[in-house]
Design a protein around this ligand. Structure first.
Ligand code: HEC
Length: 267
């Protein structure tokens, strides 16, 4: 693993040695703190990385311990404070003072704050179950509907299939296409906004694998009744039982099979 922490530790050690030789305790102190931080971070090469809280506590201890160490002898403490006094009080250091107080410190504070609040885009680690166990029946606006092993009443109504197809098409382009795509390929114009993405109905991986009763259930209930293995909070699939009637849900189900040339799986 390539990280900058060994470099930070190395630079810290070099700074503290040089400044110890040159008798510059303030820079010696900074060098020691830098080296300590780098070394604590390097623990991850030999053991699990230390939690941020532990590093923070250790660093707070180092800050105070070495401050006490450098302030014990009077002349050493005098030398320790000299660079700070020079920057903060000397008349010929005005530009440096402005640079540090008005630019470096605010920029550093802003950088740290940004690091803390920036959204993390790492993908969730657990795999999501795409097709959960289908329920045997559901309640649709208070009415119990059996789904397991049930054939679509719309598909069975062979005389009116044309009418049902047209109705299903209208329902699809009124409610579904902006997610599932005008070509039913899962690439509607707002599809990119969702994770997981709306599923395509073309191809052999989705509805071609499913009995029609299950597809009816997914359209009626959307994400609302998904089991925890399917992380319902991760799905944007709406529940349509409040917008559409039982017949309309069967019609749009029929339409997405017909329009993609897929056959529902038989139970
Ligand atoms: C806001 C976007 C959105 C809209 C609108 C939407 N869906 Fe979905 N749909 C999704 C997402 C996201 C998934 C995949 C996640 C899941 O399974 O819940 C999904 C999954 C599905 C599935 C499951 C397919 C499978 O293989 O398991 C079906 C069927 C479905 N949608 C049909 C429809 C129909 C029909 C409509 C319109 C009546 C519709 N969807 C409207 C976002 C949407």
């Amino acid at each position: 693993m390539l990280t900058i922490y060994p470099i930070i530790a190395g630079i810290g050690i070099i700074i503290s040695i040089i400044s110890a030789v040159k008798k510059a305790p303030f820079f010696n102190y900074l060098g020691i703190l830098m080296a300590m931080y780098g070394l604590l971070k390097c623990v991850e090469f030999v053991a699990p990385p230390l939690p941020g809280q532990v590093i923070l506590m250790a660093m707070a201890m180092f800050v105070f311990t070495f401050l006490i160490y450098f302030s014990i002898k009077e002349d050493q403490f005098e030398a320790f404070l000299r660079p700070m006094k020079t920057v903060l009080a000397d008349d010929d250091k005005k530009i440096l003072r402005v640079l540090i107080v008005y630019i470096m410190i605010p920029v550093l504070a802003g950088f740290i704050t940004y690091g803390k609040v920036k959204p993390q885009l790492a993908p969730p680690t657990s795999a999501r179950i795409v097709h959960p166990e289908p329920p045997a029946s559901i309640t649709f606006r208070g009415e119990k509907i059996k789904l397991l092993g049930v054939d679509s009443p719309v598909r069975n109504d062979t005389a009116n299939r044309e009418k049902h197809f047209e109705a299903g098409k209208r329902i699809y382009y009124q409610n579904c296409f902006y997610c599932h795509g005008d070509d039913l390929a899962g690439n509607g114009y707002i599809a990119d906004a969702f994770n997981p993405r709306p599923l395509p109905f073309r191809g052999t991986d989705t509805i071609a694998q499913l009995p029609e009763g299950f597809v009816f259930y997914r359209i009626a209930k959307g994400w609302t009744t998904l089991p925890s293995g399917s992380t319902p909070w991760d799905s944007s699939m709406p529940a349509f039982d409040t917008f559409l009637t039982v017949e309309e849900v069967w019609q749009v189900t029929y339409f997405i099979y017909e329009a993609t040339g897929n056959e529902p799986r038989k139970m």
